[in-house]
Design a protein around this ligand. Structure first.
Ligand code: NDP
Length: 330
């Protein structure tokens, strides 16, 4: 068996030295437990936060310990009546080839209903985040002009398409390469998109949203947030889902310098955590799964082969090496 441990805490941008890939014995399941062989594993931006010791909404990884995260695998041994050998399950003991866990901590998924990778992406946590963020936290209304940053990623690509499918007036996305910009406008149906490397975000956004923005879905923070505040219409809404531009920061980052506009524009800004919206999960699956099946909602996955390459996949995710959901196939 193979597992990946946190070798040291990164300062700034993580490197391969922060991880160790270790060969181990295949663990044995105890009473009530199952042994799962992982098939696909998720790397997600929040894991960068867990590599640091700072207190946050999920506990830090411990140095020397195997890391955790979402994974889908096959039950190879079961000591519990609720799961059988051959069942495919979603669980939280990723970053390893073999996981032992209580049967109750593994959720069975149907590999015939949808490709198993989708349970970590479009039909999993990132899709759920987009759905809850846009419709519940952001109080999306048809006719909204929506701006989403990180738009070619797992969450952002869903936000833009869901808004469009629900009747948004205009959907604008920003991303980090010309290929991603093309992907947004030519394949995902965004009305406009820009590469944030091409010039000041404020200027590019103003050009893309001549009538302003009603709802900004923030995955990036920093300059993007400041630009969105400038573009926001009266009573606009900001959903703060992530601030990936700051995850590797070694110094406190400046607040948006134009926050005072919150008064004149009476805009609202709400942080969100997907885990607060578990009640919405069934409705999300019911609504989104058919749209994925019939192709109204498109999704991309960037799949890295081999568990040993998982640390590199994670580093690539932070640098924008993915289009859609970044995954590792064991
Ligand atoms: P993505 O698939 O969007 O991958 C991360 C992307 O971030 C990269 O592909 C890269 O794309 C972009 N990025 C990296 N650095 C920067 C930067 N400095 N400026 C702008 N973009 C950057 O990841 P997810 O869809 O999984 O997550 C998106 C966001 O949502 C993250 O901030 C994450 O933390 C947050 N999140 C929050 C949740 C919650 O409950 N609040 C739940 C899930 C995710 P590019 O090439 O465009 O730069």
């Amino acid at each position: 068996a193979t597992e990946i441990r946190l070798a040291s805490r990164p300062k700034g941008v993580p490197t391969l030295d922060n991880f160790s890939v270790v060969d181990t014995e295949v663990p044995r399941p105890g009473p009530g437990e199952v042994l799962v062989r992982n098939l696909v594993l998720s790397v997600d931006p929040y894991m960068r936060g867990r590599m640091s010791a700072a207190k946050s909404y999920v506990a830090p990884y411990e140095v020397g310990e195997v890391m955790t995260g979402g994974a889908v695998g096959e039950v190879v041994e079961s000591n519990d009546d609720s799961l059988r050998k051959g069942d495919v399950v979603l669980h939280e003991l990723g970053w390893r080839s073999h996981a032992v866990l209580p049967a109750g901590r593994a959720r069975r998924v149907d590999p015939d209903a949808a490709p198993i990778t989708t349970y970590l992406g479009v039909l999993g946590m990132p899709g759920h985040t987009a759905y809850a963020g846009l419709f519940e936290v952001g109080q999306f209304r048809p006719d909204d002009t929506v701006f989403v940053s990180g738009a070619a990623g797992a969450v952002g690509s869903m936000v833009g398409q869901l808004a469009k499918l629900r009747g948004a007036r205009r959907v604008i996305g920003s991303a980090g390469s010309p290929e991603k910009v093309r992907h947004l406008t030519e394949e995902l149906g965004f009305d406009a998109a820009f590469d944030y490397h091409d010039g000041p975000v404020t200027e590019q956004l103003a050009a893309a949203a001549p009538d302003g923005v009603d709802l900004y879905f923030d995955n990036v923070g920093g300059e993007h947030l400041e630009a969105a505040i400038d573009a926001l219409n009266l009573h606009g809404r900001i959903v703060v889902c992530g601030m990936i531009s700051q995850y590797n920061a070694t110094e406190p980052t400046p607040a948006p310098r134009n926050l005072a506009q919150i008064i004149a524009k009476r805009f609202t800004m709400r942080g969100m955590l997907v885990a607060d919206h578990n009640d919405l999960y069934p409705r999300f699956v019911e609504e989104v799964a058919p749209m994925v099946r019939d192709g109204r909602l498109k999704y991309s996955e960037t799949v890295v082969e081999g568990l040993r390459n998982m640390p590199q996949a994670f580093l690539d995710l932070l640098r924008g090496g993915n289009t859609g959901k970044m995954l590792v196939r064991a």
